[in-house]
Design a protein around this ligand. Sequence first.
Ligand SMILES: [Zn+2]
Length: 178
Amino acid sequence: MKLYNNTSVPDEILAPVLKEAAKAIKGTRHGKVVVKVIRSREHCTGAVFGTSSVSRNFLNPRKYPNERSGYVATDDAVVILRLPKAGDPILWPAHTWREPLYIAERFFDYALHEWGHVKDFQGEESFCHYRRRWANRPHERRAEGYMLEAKERGFSESAQMAIIDLAVYLESEVKSKP
Ligand SMILES: [Zn+2]
């Protein structure tokens, strides 16, 4: 995985969560897939698009401000995930989205879903259904299916540890606020 981490969460915390999610989706190659992570002021979101290369300026505009900073090759797909901050009582009054473990688990779910799309891109499954409503799109149903299969198999101990490590880090961010 080629991680472009636009957050203050260390790579050592973020990368294992993303890799374990990829490993849980059988048949997905993650070694050379580009993943961009950004911070969200709202809930988690995920997106993916099929491509063989992507510009560094798009992946991390702060680090690569120049539009000519070049392209990165990817294994058929670019994944984009947004990770919310925990504990903001103004943003999330009495809401589960304030809970670090809830956020870490949802982030893992979104990663699973997007890795499911990556599997399709790599397998050259059809993506020509964007005119249909989201829930009726066959590729969305497939991605949800891959995610449910992974959940039914159960997550490995290392996946569970990665999720907990992320939750602990999100908790520490809340505590370190002035
Ligand atoms: Zn999707």
